[in-house]
Design a protein. Structure first.
Length: 138
């Protein structure tokens, strides 16, 4: 248990965003990257294989395959460079850590679950105008 002053400092630095994703989900992680004097948003799409830490020290590990080679990145959850985490596919797993995926290749790395059609943070899809309204628009 840490000192109350440290707890207050950490609470002020924590992000307000409440991203709801679990181990096994396929996520789109958007983070800021500074190259020289320019800044851009980089997207890393992969499967969450682990979550760890609590409070300000919370982090998650995302794994993906790039040209047949496994690439893992650990993202601190409250890092100021982290812009957004969007769930693309919700996985159904029975473990807290999916390190066994490191030894698997191809179709063996698939995780059962369901596809998420509405991405968190996106607006609701716009409905198509009816046939009568299309004629009036012309």
């Amino acid at each position: 248990m840490s000192h109350p002053v440290i707890q207050e400092l950490e609470k002020s630095q924590m992000k307000k965003a409440d991203w709801d994703f679990k181990v096994g989900d396929t996520v789109e992680v958007r983070s800021k990257v500074k190259e020289g004097d320019k800044e851009r948003v980089s997207v890393f799409i992969g499967t969450v294989i682990a979550r760890g830490g609590t409070g300000l020290r919370a982090n998650f590990t995302v794994r993906r395959l790039v040209q047949g080679e496994g690439v893992e990145r650990i993202f601190p959850l409250h890092n100021p460079t982290l812009v957004d985490v969007r769930v693309r596919h919700q996985g159904e797993v029975r473990r807290a850590k999916l390190f066994y995926l490191r030894d698997r290749v191809g179709k063996a790395t698939r995780i059962k679950g369901r596809t998420v059609h509405t991405v968190a943070g996106d607006e609701a899809p716009v409905a198509e105008p009816k046939a009568d309204e299309k004629k009036d628009a012309k």
